[in-house]
Design a protein around this ligand. Structure first.
Ligand SMILES: CSCCC(=O)C(=O)COP(=O)(O)O
Ligand SMILES: [Mg+2]
Length: 230
């Protein structure tokens, strides 16, 4: 099947698919790393969600803990504890108006237009809801933001469903959504994720956006430079 119109359900990756990789690497990650030393220092001062997540790393020495977290971020490790932590830290950035998500205009239109849209990202469900809750409105010159959460049917992350490069994760999502694999089109910039989804019978499409990593065997996939024709 070569077009998106035949599917009842769409599963979308975030980074490199509905928003630029540069937003994650140049806005979200730096915002997080700027907060890390303060977070680690404040760890003993209460039983906040952030303090509880930090405890899960099981590293008592504060300098070592800080270095460990910074190393995970620098290497873009999809660590489930880090991803939970980032969601709580980014919340402050979105809620104070410092961060707005530059979701591509065609992706905004797509999410509004389709009846059944689900998200699957390595970013935590909390981080996903924030990102879609504070979308930079491409149609206005003001700094208003859009909230797309009402247009999204569900969210999956590595804690709810497993790693994005493993077929079992997509089987888990199908079970949660309650549809057959053939009804779902999964869109991502990462061929390893597409191959894992295809292994359980999902249809797949390679998102090719400005700034994405080059995919050497892109011809293996149905390629989408935008979602206008879907
Ligand atoms: C949910 S926003 C943060 C993005 C992020 O942390 C990440 O790791 C992106 O991974 P994706 O699976 O969306 O490519
Ligand atoms: Mg991606």
């Amino acid at each position: 099947m070569t077009t998106g119109g035949a599917y009842s359900t769409y599963l979308l990756d975030i980074e490199g698919t509905v928003c630029p990789i540069s937003f994650v690497k140049e806005t979200l990650f730096p915002y997080f790393t700027e907060q890390v030393s303060q977070l680690v220092l404040q760890q003993d001062s209460g039983d906040s969600p952030i303090s509880e997540i930090l405890l899960q790393f099981h590293i008592e020495d504060k300098q070592q803990l800080q270095a460990h977290i910074l190393e995970l971020v620098a290497n873009d490790v999809k660590d489930p504890i880090l991803k939970q932590l980032q969601g709580y830290v980014w919340a402050q950035g979105y809620e104070t108006g410092q961060i707005k998500a530059p979701v591509y205009a065609d992706a905004i239109d797509f999410i509004k237009r389709k009846d059944r849209v689900f998200i699957y990202s390595s970013g935590s469900v909390k981080a996903q809801k924030l990102l879609f809750g504070y979308v930079l409105d491409p149609n206005v010159l003001t700094h208003d933001s859009l909230d797309l959460n009402a247009n999204i049917n569900g969210y999956f992350d590595i804690n709810t469903s497993g790693k994005k490069t493993e077929a079992q994760s997509y089987a888990n999502i199908l079970q949660d959504i309650g549809v057959g694999a053939g009804e779902v089109l999964f869109l991502s910039d990462n061929p390893l994720e597409l191959d894992a989804a295809a292994a359980v019978g999902m249809a797949t499409g390679l998102a090719v956006r400005p700034g994405n990593a080059h995919v050497p065997d892109a011809q293996k996939y149905q390629v989408y430079k935008n979602f206008e024709d879907l």
